[in-house]
Design a protein around this ligand. Structure first.
Ligand code: SAH
Ligand code: ZN
Ligand code: ZN
Ligand code: ZN
Ligand code: ZN
Length: 462
């Protein structure tokens, strides 16, 4: 049986950080969203196949798009499996029962009643992660709750709700205030008036709370799988959405809300900002983002050659994967910091610097990075770079990916991490204490990589 650990492939994960699994080692390949895919509570399942040394192996199967941990959603079905009517009916029933207890509409009504309550009657159940109306106190009497929920608290739900830190499924890493403010200032300076916030509740919340101020004209629509947010936002402000299969839980009405939001009436420019879970499958994300971009494009009657502007926030070691799907994107040097991620906080020196970057299809020179945080403009590259990122005359570019000063290797004909040395066995640069893996894997007889000397086919002749 498959399922389990969906290998996220990305190359060159930094030493010491838990990076994604390396490709090739045997994992799962995503085949995509099939038109006839069965559904789990998280919408249409994705089609996968097990791989070994890059080759498909075994039966294809469907698994949940959103949950990489089978404890969170154990949906599984072979592609060619015959599913009986009874099982189909049971599955539908199961999917219905695994929807949230209140609908978005009900939550909006509840919120209206909640804000009418005096402070002393405003409670939030920490166990159920739910705003409570007085009639419900009884039911939650042995749960932990917060009292006197202020308007300010209601305006920053990302502080009120606990972050879902389940690594494999939700992985909610919230922007540090400084990074969030930087993003918003950048968006405003670039002239955008609307932000499609896909998995960025804290950015959405910053925009929403400023929107009540008079001269602030930016609006945001949050698309997120975390339904707890529906307690704080109306249907025009939040859509329950799965970014791995482009599924709107609210159906056609929610899709229409999104479409309307993307329509740039009266010249209000739109940008999409997304910060997906890092364990996520890049190809699934890319395919959903392409659909959102297509939705934007459909509303654009005039200029057919444009792409919806996007900020995709993701670790730098996914650069080649992202560029594979979006050749028009480039990676900015800005290090995005998080509040609740010890490793991704802005470091003073050395390691402990955030590996998370902004990928964008906007012209790099337009993305002005804060000089007071050590970024500078490289006139040759026409973009802002980290202070440690030196322009390499041979590569003719600022080559560092992680903010440290990289060095050029004449044998590799490229810049490499400062901790690497050229290994003559491997014929490439690597850490000093690496094991020469490739040499082990290469056959001494013919030099091919897929077998060893003992099984070399050329030996069978002699
Ligand atoms: N840094 C961001 C939060 C990023 S954490 C901020 O501070 O605003 C990743 C976000 O993606 C979380 O809000 C999480 O709920 C959401 N998410 C996780 N899986 C998702 C999915 N399948 N579809 C949509 N959103 C998802
Ligand atoms: Zn599921
Ligand atoms: Zn170089
Ligand atoms: Zn080298
Ligand atoms: Zn070596």
């Amino acid at each position: 049986e498959g399922g389990g650990n969906m290998a996220a492939s990305g190359e060159g994960a930094p030493e010491g950080l838990c990076g994604p699994e390396r490709p090739g080692a045997g994992g799962l390949a995503l085949l995509g969203l099939a038109p006839s895919a069965p559904s789990c509570p998280h919408g249409p399942a994705l089609l996968f196949v097990k791989t070994s040394q890059g080759k498909e192996e075994g039966r294809r199967f469907y698994a949940c798009s959103a949950c990489r941990d089978r404890k969170d959603c154990n949906f599984f079905q072979w592609e060619d499996e015959k599913v009986s009517e009874t099982r189909l009916a049971a599955r539908e029933e199961y999917n219905r029962n695994h929807q949230p207890p209140f609908t978005h509409r009900q939550n909006v009504e509840r919120y209206k009643n909640f804000v009418l309550l005096p402070l002393s009657k405003r409670r939030f159940c920490q166990q159920c992660q739910q705003l409570l109306l007085p009639a419900e106190w009884e039911k939650h009497s042995d749960h932990q709750f917060l009292c006197d929920i202020s308007t300010a608290q209601l305006k920053s739900p990302s502080q009120l709700l606990y972050p879902l830190e389940n690594k494999k499924t939700n992985a909610q890493y919230l922007f540090a205030g400084r990074s969030c403010q930087f993003l918003l200032d950048l968006i405003i300076d670039l002239g955008f008036r609307r932000v499609l916030s896909v998995g960025t509740p804290r950015l959405h919340e910053m925009i929403q709370s400023k929107a009540s101020q008079e001269d602030f004209r930016v609006r945001s629509l949050l698309l997120d799988i975390d339904f707890r947010y529906s307690q704080f936002y109306t249907e025009d402000e939040f859509c329950h959405y799965n970014m791995f299969n482009h599924y709107f839980f609210g159906g056609e009405a929610a899709r229409e809300t999104c479409r309307k939001f993307l329509y740039q009436g009266s010249g209000e420019r739109v940008i999409m900002v997304t910060d997906p879970p890092f364990g996520g499958l890049v190809e699934a994300l890319a395919s959903s983002f392409k659909k959102l971009m297509a939705m934007w494009k459909e509303t654009e009657k005039e200029d057919h050659n444009q792409e919806m502007p996007v900020f995709w926030i993701f670790p730098y070691f996914f650069e080649s994967r992202i560029l594979e799907f979006f050749p028009s994107f480039s990676m900015m040097d800005y290090q995005v910091d998080y509040d609740n991620h010890a490793l991704y906080k802005h470091g003073k020196t050395g390691r402990r610097q955030s590996p998370v970057r902004i990928f964008t299809n906007l012209t790099p020179s337009m993305i002005v990075l804060p000089v007071e945080e050590g970024y500078r403009f490289c006139a040759v590259c026409q973009r802002y770079v980290s202070s440690g990122n030196q322009h390499c005359e041979i590569c003719n570019s600022c080559t560092s990916k992680d903010g440290r000063r990289w060095k050029h290797c004449v044998l590799c004909k490229k810049c490499v991490k400062p901790s690497w040395f050229h290994c003559n066995n491997c014929n490439c640069c690597a850490l000093q204490n690496h094991t020469c893996e490739k040499t082990d894997a290469v056959c001494f007889v013919c030099g091919k990589a897929d077998h060893k000397r003992s099984t070399c086919p050329s030996l069978s002749h002699t």
